[in-house]
Design a protein around this ligand. Structure first.
Ligand code: CU
Ligand code: CU
Length: 288
């Protein structure tokens, strides 16, 4: 049965409670930290050798689509009525809005150590201890808007600029790629300072704390953010009449991206599915 992912601002209080309960149970079972570890393991950048499946690469979108489905399946083994809601950061733009309420994700970190003190994921609640991190702390951290060097959430205009690009991705298919929907959405920008971060990346920067690096999955907002990013891929396909994932074929031996990116019909690790097979989610879930 096709299920629905909803805008987090429209969830009823019962839906919010069920989502939180399922997240805490997946964490209690030890499954959640496997997701954190997997994301850290796939945090490979342009500068490193080897295949980039998850970031700075065309398969950024299908990789995170599979990753979300795995988490969603873990949630649905706990409660089959739960799905991952999405956070529309073009509309819900303040620390007082969804999803930062005390009955959902809690709010900002405190000044002294960025520790989240409110909501079910606060360390003192005893159900959300950080175990897989790139730093030591056991508590969840956030720093909304980075007060020391302020950054704003991406605007609707910048999201629409990404959506208007008719080509999925272009050479060299990495973080330096200037055209193409994928990097304009992933958001490796080309300016200086805050202009380095667009759309998807800028949201990670705005939330701050754990959302800044490879261990970003420790913040449950990771999933709500990536559900909204995933929704943009569907919107883009509709706007551009089913335009395909690119590249269609793997770069040849003389190409700097040879064996470093996943082409449309190549298998994407760790699932072994092709980007092509992930282009249509309509038989699994839909967005409301
Ligand atoms: Cu990621
Ligand atoms: Cu991300």
């Amino acid at each position: 049965m096709v299920y629905t992912r909803k805008n987090v601002s429209t969830l009823t209080s019962a839906e919010r409670r069920r989502f939180v309960t399922a997240m805490l149970e997946v964490k209690r079972r030890g499954e959640y930290d496997e997701f954190v570890r997997r994301h850290i393991d796939y945090y490979v950048s342009d500068g490193e050798g080897g295949l980039r499946a998850a970031h700075m690469a065309p398969s950024f979108l299908p990789w995170h689509r599979c990753f979300l489905l795995d988490l969603e399946n873990a949630l649905r083994r706990v409660d089959s009525g739960v799905s991952v809601p999405y956070w529309d950061w073009t509309r819900d733009r303040t620390p007082a809005s969804a999803p930062w309420t005390n009955d959902l994700l809690g709010g900002d970190g405190r000044r002294s150590d960025r520790q989240v003190m409110t909501g079910p994921f606060a360390y003192a609640q005893g159900q959300w201890t950080i175990k897989e991190g790139v730093t030591d702390g056991a508590f969840l951290m956030r720093e909304f808007g980075r007060p020391r060097k302020p950054i704003q959430l991406p605007t609707l205009a910048s999201l629409n600029a990404a959506l208007s690009d008719p080509v999925y991705d272009t050479a060299p298919f990495d973080s330096t790629t200037r055209r193409g929907f994928r990097n304009r959405l992933e958001g490796w920008g080309h300016g200086v300072g805050n202009a380095t971060w667009e759309n998807h990346n800028r949201v990670h920067r705005w939330v701050g704390g754990h959302m800044l690096g490879g261990a970003s999955v420790n913040d449950p907002v990771f999933w709500l953010h990536h559900a909204f990013v995933d929704l943009q891929w569907s919107r883009w396909q509709m706007l551009h009449r089913g335009a395909p994932y690119l590249p269609e074929r793997p770069p040849g031996p003389g190409d700097s991206q040879h064996r470093r990116i996943v082409a449309r019909r190549e298998k994407m690790p760790p699932w072994g599915v092709t980007p092509e097979s992930m282009e249509d989610h309509s038989l699994i879930y839909r967005y409301a």
